[in-house]
Design a protein around this ligand. Structure first.
Ligand code: NAD
Length: 378
């Protein structure tokens, strides 16, 4: 039996080694594709091509009796890798005559990330940091675009210092809230204005498929190049009104970060042994701990700023607090029927999204389960 097993394992080793060679070849070809795209200014993320490629390979997998989900998993992972390798060669500069891009707060987390992408595209990037205001006129000399990327609480004061920009200069920002900064930019600058909100943090490996929300300010024709440039970097754009944006963010960011913060606070007070909790955990609990724990690996000021950005945010969190109390009352009364009734009402509200989320989360949980070993092979 041992000999038989050894023989089969040797076959597996040979097949896996072939797969490594194939992946290497694939990466070499995708790097060449990256070069061609860069030369022609084409986006590194091509959704139609990606969808068609996956559909074709899934069909082929079915024909050959291989689970299509397995093939899709492998291909998606390979594609993610190739997006990272495709950016190292740089990107085409879509606005060759643009003057320097000045990033205010350019040494910060998001400012430096965007600075890197502008540089990779051949733009001249200058940084204006908090101690640089005495040299501001020198740094802003001949400026083509100003990008504000300072902490939310400082944004308004910084924008108000930008009154003397040349009329044709594009003024944009990356702030996680949109209505107030956009209003401030429109008031201080008479030229083109654009509000951006990247829906990602500084830890992303590349910008392929990352979402950037944008709010029109003024002079759409003068910033169309920037939206196209973001797409060349792989970004998916989504246009939204500034007030609509802030309303949605109260749920998408404020409430989520606040509940993670409160949950983390609760855990720290309860003080369980985290290693033990992880050892005992189901994949969903591990994922939940990871989602909460990742907050505390980041900058507390950013999250304080996001959660406390507006009076409307506070009202939203208070409404949540009231509902938590209502749910608590059900528990205290031990009223199972009332619990079931509320449960059904919420399920009806989720509608067809509930089963869809069940399926989607099942796939994520499977991945969390796959990476359960803390000691990865190197
Ligand atoms: P950060 O604290 O890492 O960087 C801010 C930078 O601004 C720092 O380098 C700081 O020195 C500089 N700064 C502070 N005051 C200044 C002043 N008066 N003049 C010039 N520079 C000044 O913050 P960050 O995480 O990069 O966030 C920047 C912006 O990006 C914020 O508006 C935030 O809402 C937004 N944003 C951040 C993230 C994220 O995950 N980090 C995601 C989306 C949007």
């Amino acid at each position: 039996m041992v000999i038989e097993l050894t023989r089969l394992r040797e076959q597996i080793d040979a097949i896996d080694s072939e797969m490594v060679g194939l992946l290497k070849r694939r990466l070499q070809v995708t790097a060449e594709i990256g070069e061609v795209k860069s030369r022609h200014g084409l986006p590194i993320y091509a959704p139609d091509r990606e969808a068609a490629l996956l559909a074709d390979r899934r069909q082929e997998a079915r024909r050959q009796g291989v689970p299509p989900d397995l093939v899709e998993d492998v291909l998606r992972r390979a594609m993610r890798e190739s997006y990272s390798s495709q950016q190292t060669g740089g990107f085409r500069k879509l606005n060759p005559s643009l003057g320097p891009v000045v990033i205010i707060g350019g040494n910060g987390q998001l400012g430096s990330l965007f600075g890197k992408f502008f540089s990779l595209s051949g733009y001249q990037v200058r940084v204006l940091e908090r101690d640089d205001w005495a040299r501001a006129s020198e740094i802003l000399e001949g400026v083509g675009m100003v990008l504000v990327s300072v902490p939310i609480s400082t944004t308004d004061a910084v924008i108000r210092r930008l009154g003397g920009l040349p009329r044709e200069c594009l003024l944009a920002d990356l702030t996680s809230i949109k209505a107030a900064p956009l209003e401030a930019m429109l008031a201080v600058h008479k030229g083109p204005v654009l509000g951006l909100h990247p829906m990602f943090g500084p830890d992303v490996a590349n910008l392929a498929k990352q979402v950037v929300l944008y709010c029109d300010g003024r002079g759409e024709a003068a910033y169309a190049w920037l939206l196209a440039q973001l797409q060349v970097w792989g970004v998916r754009l989504h246009r939204v009104g500034a007030r609509e944006h802030d309303g949605a963010m109260a749920l998408i960011q404020t409430l989520r970060h606040f509940t993670s913060f409160a949950y983390g606070m609760h855990l720290a007070e309860e003080n369980p042994d985290l290693a033990e909790l992880l050892a005992l955990s189901s994949p969903i609990y591990r994922l939940e701990l990871a989602m909460v724990g990742r907050l505390f690996a980041q900058d507390p000021r950013l999250y304080a700023d996001i959660i406390m950005a507006s009076a409307d945010n506070l009202k939203m969190v208070k409404r949540f607090y009231v509902r938590l109390g209502q749910a608590m009352a059900l528990l205290e009364h031990g009223d199972k029927q009332a619990f079931i009734d509320v449960f059904k009402r919420v399920a009806t509200w989720f509608g067809e999204y509930a089963p869809r989320f069940l399926k989607e989360s099942g796939e994520l949980l499977q991945r969390a389960h796959d990476s359960r070993d803390d000691e990865k092979a190197t």
